[in-house]
Write a protein that binds this ligand. Structure first.
Ligand code: HEC
Ligand code: HEC
Ligand code: HEC
Ligand code: HEC
Length: 212
């Protein structure tokens, strides 16, 4: 008798389950995996896109190896650009002339040691509007990551692949990533060391004592 009841109610339960789960009107799915499959069907055909969030940003497209992506435009953000408004002559002529006052007091180089690096390691004394590579090739200010990549190859490789740095609005394509100078000041690139935030048991104890 007991067997029978279990048997019948078992069937009843199964029937109810089938009935309920098959009643999918638009939004209902047989299982979570079905739902994920259906919703992500067009993902790689860029149904989901960051495009509209990037519209108001000034970006440039770069290709480095097999990676093509967008980075922020820089020249419009640099206060003293265009440099040639003052740097109309080669630097040595400007530095040894009474005509010019000392400039760039606010820039103090805290990067590598003095014997390894000075202003001219990165800036081009003959054309200040461009950066310069270690072999004397011009590098545009919008592509200053090329400057950094000469010495910081591993971070550059990670950045290209998307492992070092940060995306601009989200993970959905098209890919837009911050560039080195968005985070690192080239004149003082390292970040201050910080202690991790700690749960302070003493403060908790003092508060409790106050209440009592
Ligand atoms: C308002 C005028 C002005 C502007 C704009 C300007 N500079 Fe200069 N800069 C000077 C003068 C004057 C000197 C030479 C005197 C000195 O060395 O302080 C100089 C010197 C320099 C030096 C040599 C510093 C040293 O200690 O050897 C560098 C590097 C430099 N400028 C880079 C730049 C770059 C890069 C820009 C643009 C992003 C720029 N400057 C824009 C006026 C200017
Ligand atoms: C490691 C490379 C490097 C060195 C060394 C370096 N700079 Fe720069 N400098 C840069 C880059 C890259 C930028 C552009 C940063 C950006 O996009 O905001 C820049 C920007 C500037 C600017 C424009 C800043 C502004 O906000 O208007 C001035 C001026 C300048 N540098 C002067 C100097 C002087 C003077 C020295 C030496 C004391 C120096 N730089 C050393 C890489 C360097
Ligand atoms: C000519 C070689 C050279 C160039 C170009 C250069 N760096 Fe450096 N950088 C060094 C050296 C050397 C050090 C100091 C040694 C070290 O800590 O690795 C350093 C240190 C750093 C550090 C601190 C590392 C740490 O462990 O705290 C950062 C961040 C950095 N650079 C970023 C940049 C960025 C961003 C650029 C481009 C704007 C750049 N560097 C361009 C040689 C270079
Ligand atoms: C979104 C911000 C961001 C961007 C973009 C970025 N970095 Fe960094 N970088 C960081 C942070 C955060 C650290 C870790 C600092 C720390 O641990 O003290 C770091 C660390 C570094 C270091 C120190 C060594 C290390 O790996 O800890 C170097 C060198 C460096 N970055 C170079 C670069 C270069 C070159 C680029 C561009 C190709 C770049 N970074 C782009 C944020 C950024």
């Amino acid at each position: 008798m007991n067997y029978r009841i279990t048997y019948i109610s078992g069937y009843l339960l199964l029937f109810m389950l089938l009935f309920v789960s098959c009643k999918h009107n638009g939004e209902e799915y047989h299982s979570l995996t079905d739902k994920i499959k259906h919703k992500s069907q067009n993902y790689h055909k860029t149904q989901i896109s960051s495009e509209k969030y990037l519209e108001d940003k000034e970006l440039i497209k770069i290709t480095e190896g097999e990676h093509t992506f967008l980075i922020p435009e820089r020249k419009g953000k640099i206060k003293s650009y265009a440099c040639i408004e003052c740097h109309s002559k080669p630097l040595d002529q400007m530095q040894n002339s009474a005509e010019y006052k000392k400039a760039h007091w606010d820039i103090k180089l805290v990067h590598a040691t003095k014997d390894m690096m000075d202003c001219m390691t990165c800036h081009n004394g003959n054309n200040m509007n461009k950066l310069t590579s270690l072999t004397g090739k011009e590098i545009d200010f919008n592509r200053s990551y090329k400057l950094c990549s000469q010495c910081h190859t591993s971070q550059f490789d990670d950045w290209k692949g998307g492992a070092h740095g940060k995306k601009i609005v989200g993970w959905a394509p098209p890919r837009a990533s911050m560039t080195c100078v968005n985070c690192h000041n080239p004149h003082n690139p390292s970040f201050k060391k910080r202690w991790p935030a700690r749960f302070n048991t003493q403060v908790v104890k003092e508060r409790k004592d106050e209440l009592e």
